[in-house]
Design a protein around this ligand. Sequence first.
Ligand SMILES: Nc1ncnc2c1ncn2[C@@H]1O[C@H](COP(=O)(O)OP(=O)(O)O)[C@@H](O)[C@H]1O
Ligand SMILES: [Mg+2]
Length: 240
Amino acid sequence: MAAETSCLEGHRLTHSFRQGESRTTVLHDVSLALWPGEMVLVMGPSGSGKSTLLALLSGLLQPEEGEVLIFGEELWRLRPAARKAFRQRHFGFIFQGYNLFPALTAREQLEIVLRWGEGVPAGEARTRADAILDLLGLGTKKTLRPAQLSGGEKQRVAIGRALVKRPTVCFADEPTSALDWKHGQHVVELLRAAATAEGATVFIVSHDARIIPYADRVFHLEDGYLDSHDLAASAGMGTP
Ligand SMILES: Nc1ncnc2c1ncn2[C@@H]1O[C@H](COP(=O)(O)OP(=O)(O)O)[C@@H](O)[C@H]1O
Ligand SMILES: [Mg+2]
C-alpha cells in the first residue's frame, strides 16, 4: 500500500483561463498527494476541470497559484530543460487524441520511446515493445501504421507507448472513452497491473464510473472544486 513518501503533490492549485477580457477560474485551491504504486481516479462531469488538473500535476501547464512537488522538489523551480527531461523520464501520458506518428508502425511507436528517450539498445527495445503489444492484443498489428488501425487499436498503441518505458507516474485522460468496455476494461486492468506489479502511480481522470472498482482512491471534481472525501474508502473498496 502507500509508501511513506508521496511521489507527486499538488498544493492549493488554482488556475484560470482568459476568455477575451474576462478570466474564468476553472480550478479552485485543489490539493492532492499521490503515492507510489496507487491508482487514483478523479471523476467529474465534462468541463469540471479534470484535464486542467491533469495538465497541472504533470507539468504540462504552469499553475497560476499553488505548487507541484515531485519527490519533494518544486517542478516549476526546475530549469525548463530539466523539467522536460524529468517529464520524459518519469511520466507516461495517455490522452484522448492518440498523438501517434503517422509514418511509424505500432511497434516503432513504442521502440522510439525506448531507443531515443531512454537509450535502450535496439534488441531490448524490440523485445519490450513486442511484449507490451502482445499484452494489449495487438500481436498481429505490430507492423501496421495508425491509418491502418481502428480507433480502439490506436488507443491501445498509445497506452503501450505510455507504459513501455515503465513510468514512475502514468497520467491518463479519459483512457476508456474511445473504447467499447471489453477493450476499456482491458486497458484499466493493464493500468491497474502497472500500479500493482510495477509500482507505477496511475492518475486517471474520467467520467467513466466503470473504472471506480479498480482504483485505490476516487475523488470527485465539480466546477473546479475537488471533494477531498475518498469515495473508494466510503464504498468499502479502498483502505478505510
Ligand atoms: N485552453 C483553454 N482556454 C480557455 N478555456 C479553457 C481552456 N482549457 C479548458 N478551458 C475551460 O476550462 C474548463 C475546464 O476544462 P477541462 O479541464 O478541459 O474540463 P474536463 O476535462 O473536466 O472536461 C472548461 O470550462 C473549459 O472550457
Ligand atoms: Mg477533459
